[in-house]
Design a protein around this ligand. Structure first.
Ligand code: NAD
Length: 496
């Protein structure tokens, strides 16, 4: 691809910079697995420089103390710039991640929308006041929390970065972003976008690097008050541990193994479309993928057959081709891991579609959309997050069994329920242990709603005002209106 930079530096205090020790790491493109760029490999010294710059921008201002409307103007300018570059952004993202271009374009547009949304929200923000008539007035004063460390994964990198950057900046925090090492390319655009939009120097800083080095240094640095993390559950557990000595505020969006529950009375055509899109869009590298599809006996055999037929017809190919529905998985290490699960699945369940590299794509991280049927709940492909184009189908008899199966995993991110029975839909939804449930709908989310998981899928919810709550501290201010009635210690007379 033309115009792809061959080196990705950090961005610290308004300047591109290499690592203090000059270290770099290689970045591959997932279609050829050839190294196309190097990126600066951040270490503790680079993180320290970035946090110091962010801290200075926080203490000296003006960003944290600007009126919300002034910050919103910058955020709207960011949204305009992202929108104006959406084609280019999508091309770079597709090149770096292997995501199909049409889906990468949707993600770029969603990134712009995140900035617009938080610009609106911060202007509309109001805080509580509590009156005790004639006696006391209490009100909440909201302050940005400080320097926020933002650590992001490689699936839809630009959009997920925007999901943290927009509310953090809207709140008045200054930030250090550590993007995923597999996919640093699109993140490099933030520096020029923020500079052009007028974000003051030092407010946005970026350190590239390996998770266990740059990410860990960001978590360990005493100058980051908050860590917002999206990634694997095991990494989240490490970050939780490492944050404990500093009692940092944590927001964690972690892994998932979300159920799609299809009752026999469902609109099967709609359920089929949604279930296929839910597990195979974004190459199956989607935290909210409906990767366990539970189907009621009676329609199970028909559903399995139709699902497998459609999976076999999915267009796998060059991610830049707009006809492509499934592209290349992000990295050979991840590809090997997903292939490993496919082999495990062959010993655990009935393979009904896919299961290997497509014949017409001899190189790159391509996998046929893969479908296993009759998957028992004890199977590893039922229990573990695969994060690739692999679906597990399991039959159930009745509502109680459907709920038990849906909840029989450590994760609890999303759930999808398909039934024409309204009472049952509203009974089943709250019984599913998941932060988000969609009824007769695929995964579309209004930005005002809470986003997050329960169980091993996360800690805390973001979305709408919840994100502002995370990036700010609320201070209660109390004022006495009348005379002050304080017990008068030491005013009682002779102390002996
Ligand atoms: P990952 O946990 O391997 O890496 C995520 C980020 O953490 C990367 O930037 C990485 O460099 C960094 N990191 C790794 N080790 C670290 C450490 N010790 N200290 C600090 N930072 C460290 O995850 P991934 O493979 O990039 O992403 C896939 C995972 O993300 C999947 O489990 C997926 O479900 C999850 N995910 C969740 C959501 C959600 O909203 N719940 C969204 C997208 C992805």
């Amino acid at each position: 691809m033309t115009g792809v930079p061959s080196h990705q530096p950090h961005f610290i205090d308004g300047e591109p910079r290499d690592s203090v020790d000059g270290a770099t790491f290689d970045v591959l493109d997932p279609v050829s697995n050839r190294t196309y760029a190097t990126a600066a490999a951040g270490q503790a010294a680079d993180v320290d420089a970035a946090v110091t710059a962010a801290r200075r921008a926080f203490v000296d201002g003006p960003w944290p103390t600007m009126v919300p409307r002034a910050r919103a103007r910058v955020l709207n300018a960011v949204a305009d710039l992202v929108e104006a570059r959406d084609q280019r952004l999508a091309e770079l993202e597709t090149f770096d991640t292997g995501l199909p271009i049409t889906q990468a374009l949707g993600q770029a547009q969603r990134a712009a929308e995140n900035f617009r949304f938080f610009a609106d929200l911060i202007v509309a923000q109001s805080d509580d006041a509590y009156q005790v008539p004639g006696r006391q007035l209490n009100y909440v004063h909201r302050k940005p929390a400080g320097v926020a460390g933002l650590i992001t994964p490689w699936n839809t990198p630009f959009m997920l970065e925007s999901w943290k950057l927009a509310p953090a900046l809207a709140s008045g925090c200054t930030v250090v972003l550590k993007p995923a090492e597999f996919t640093p390319l699109s993140a490099s655009l933030w520096a020029e976008i923020f500079t052009e939009a007028g974000l003051p120097r030092g407010v946005f800083n970026l350190v590239n690097g390996i998770g266990e080095e740059a990410g860990a240094a960001l978590v360990a640095h005493p100058g980051t008050r908050l860590i917002s993390f999206t990634g694997e559950t095991t990494t989240g557990q490490t970050i939780f541990r490492e944050s404990a000595p500093h009692l940092k505020g944590l927001s964690m969006e972690l892994g998932g193994k979300s159920p799609v529950v299809v009752f026999a009375d469902a609109d099967l055509d709609a359920a089929l479309d949604s279930a296929l899109f839910g597990v195979f869009s974004l190459n199956g590298e989607r935290c909210t993928a409906g990767s366990r599809i539970l189907v009621q006996q009676g329609v199970y055999d028909e559903f399995v057959e139709r699902f497998a037929d459609r999976a076999r017809a999915i267009v796998v190919g060059d991610p830049h081709d707009p006809r492509t529905e499934v592209g290349a998985l992000v990295h050979p290490e991840h590809y090997e891991r997903v292939l490993g699960y496919v082999e495990i699945g062959k010993g655990e369940a009935r393979l009904v579609a896919g299961g290997q590299r497509p014949d017409h794509l001899p190189e790159g991280n391509f996998l046929e959309p893969t479908v296993f049927a009759d998957v028992p709940p004890t199977a590893r492909i039922f229990q573990e997050e695969i994060f690739g184009p692999v679906a597990a189908l399991t039959p159930f008899d009745d509502e109680a069994e459907a709920i038990a199966l849906a909840n029989d995993v450590r994760y609890g991110l999303a759930g999808y329920v398909w039934t024409r029975d309204l009472n049952r839909a509203h009974r089943v939804a709250p019984s599913i242990e998941a932060g988000m449930v969609w009824l007769n709908s695929h995964n579309v989310r209004d930005l005002r709603t809470p986003f997050g998981g329960v169980k091993a899928s996360g800690l805390g919810h973001e979305g709408g005002y919840r994100s502002i709550d995370f990036y700010t501290e609320e201070q209660a201010v109390h004022l006495t209106l009348g005379d002050v009635h304080t017990p008068r210690f030491g005013a009682g007379g002779d102390p002996r």
